[in-house]
Design a protein around this ligand. Structure first.
Ligand code: HEC
Ligand code: HEC
Ligand code: HEC
Ligand code: HEC
Ligand code: HEC
Ligand code: HEC
Length: 269
């Protein structure tokens, strides 16, 4: 409820005057989003600092370039809410969550994925701890954002245009990992449809085809969109900006809601 109120205050100036003015207000909000290398960053600290190790820094830009959302959020089982999964060192060492891949054995792109947590660790093992348990500001990872994303197509504010990056073959996210995923028949993608926004001339275009590349079906149905019959549930921009419905992803990981025209268009491109 509180989040809904906050978003109400945020959205109000966007809804009163005309579309051009909304765009101006939106551009002001866009100024305040984190810089691209921080967009989609999750800091995990349910247990770390209490146990005397640095918090864990998880970057979506690196992982989503390699895997689909579905693989992690359905097959591996991470919640779509920072801190909610309560991943612990013990989970990782048993091969769950981060440890599902970071086990020192799995090979991805001809590279053995480095192992995660350990107890009674040796000097040699301790070298890898800082790749995840890293200082938020400086970081201790080997991957460099600038280097990794050089040549990726960009949106405003230098955010990565992931849709285009995938189209151009800059990224080819894996949707299946032998040890983690279950073989399943692929479901037929649904046709694209437009959602009629009450207060707007410019309807929202929702593309099932484009979302399915990253998300599969289970990421959205039934958790985010319970009803699957189009139009059964009415959701407003207030709710979206409070992190519900489209806002589950389009506030923190997928392109931000402040790029209004990415959703409010007249036809599917
Ligand atoms: C390698 C695994 C992995 C991939 C791939 C991945 N995520 Fe995540 N995601 C995580 C983890 C881990 C968290 C943090 C969960 C927790 O703390 O409980 C997270 C959190 C989130 C959150 C909550 C962020 C916040 O600030 O509250 C959203 C939204 C999200 N992911 C969306 C996506 C979307 C959309 C994609 C695909 C474009 C994606 N994720 C791909 C692992 C992944
Ligand atoms: C692949 C990433 C990764 C690596 C590498 C890693 N950890 Fe962790 N570790 C985590 C995550 C995620 C958590 C849970 C973070 C949180 O919410 O506090 C965690 C938590 C911990 C905790 C907190 C106590 C607990 O029960 O959860 C300790 C202690 C720990 N790790 C030790 C280590 C040590 C020692 C190393 C190096 C040998 C290491 N970790 C390497 C991801 C990693
Ligand atoms: C689906 C598999 C998968 C899962 C799940 C996963 N990762 Fe990764 N992660 C990778 C791969 C692959 C790389 C690239 C590793 C390499 O090139 O050595 C990577 C790289 C990283 C890096 C970059 C290290 C560096 O030196 O820059 C960090 C940090 C990291 N992961 C943390 C995490 C944490 C924390 C979790 C759990 C919250 C997690 N990962 C879950 C597959 C995964
Ligand atoms: C990014 C989220 C998302 C993904 C991923 C997704 N859907 Fe949907 N789906 C929606 C939304 C939003 C609606 C409209 C429902 C509403 O308005 O309540 C919808 C509606 C539907 C409908 C009803 C269509 C109609 O015309 O009434 C079906 C059937 C459906 N989805 C099946 C699927 C299948 C099958 C997949 C995987 C191939 C899938 N969805 C993936 C968000 C998603
Ligand atoms: C489960 C996460 C998730 C949800 C929920 C979600 N999206 Fe997306 N959406 C994505 C991801 C991931 C992309 C790929 C682009 C990116 O990451 O910036 C995307 C891309 C898009 C695009 C760009 C496609 C193109 O044509 O270029 C539009 C438009 C869009 N979403 C609208 C919506 C609308 C409207 C809703 C709510 C009805 C919604 N999304 C719900 C994850 C999500
Ligand atoms: C991720 C996609 C997405 C983005 C980005 C987006 N919207 Fe929306 N918008 C929607 C959806 C979905 C609806 C609801 C349509 C319905 O069911 O009536 C909506 C509805 C609206 C409405 C109608 C009133 C209401 O609350 O339902 C207004 C006005 C609106 N949006 C303005 C904006 C403005 C201004 C921006 C930029 C700051 C923006 N939207 C960005 C998806 C989006």
């Amino acid at each position: 409820m509180k989040r809904l109120l906050v978003s109400f205050v945020l959205v109000l100036p966007l809804l009163i005057p005309g579309w051009t003015f909304s765009q101006f207000v939106a551009s002001q909000y866009l100024e305040n989003i984190p810089p691209p290398e921080y967009y989609g960053k999750v800091i995990l600290d349910n247990f770390s600092r209490k146990s005397g190790v640095d918090p864990v820094v998880f970057d979506h830009w690196l992982h989503r370039a390699k895997f689909t959302c579905r693989l992690c959020h359905i097959d591996v089982g991470f919640a779509m809410e920072a801190g909610a999964t309560m991943v612990s060192a013990a989970d990782n060492m048993s091969g769950y969550y981060c440890g599902a891949c970071h086990d020192g054995k799995m090979t991805i792109e001809d590279n053995v994925v480095f192992d995660s947590c350990a107890v009674n660790d040796t000097e040699e093992e301790r070298k890898r701890c800082g790749r995840c348990h890293s200082k938020t500001e400086t970081g201790q990872g080997e991957y460099d954002y600038e280097k990794f994303t050089a040549g990726f197509p960009l949106l405003k504010k230098n955010l990565i245009d992931w849709e285009k990056a995938e189209l151009l073959g800059k990224v080819t996210p894996l949707d299946f990992l032998e040890s983690i995923s279950h073989e399943r028949p692929s479901l037929k993608a649904q046709r694209d449809f437009s959602i009629e926004a009450a207060a707007l001339k410019s309807n929202v275009i929702f593309s099932h085809k484009k979302h399915t590349v990253w998300n599969g079906c289970e990421v959205c149905h039934p958790l985010i969109f319970r009803s699957s019959k189009k139009g059964t549930v009415q959701y407003s921009m207030f709710e979206i900006m409070a992190g519900e419905y489209c806002g589950v992803c389009h506030l923190t990981v997928a392109f931000p809601v402040w790029l209004c025209a990415k959703c409010h268009r007249d036809s599917v491109q």
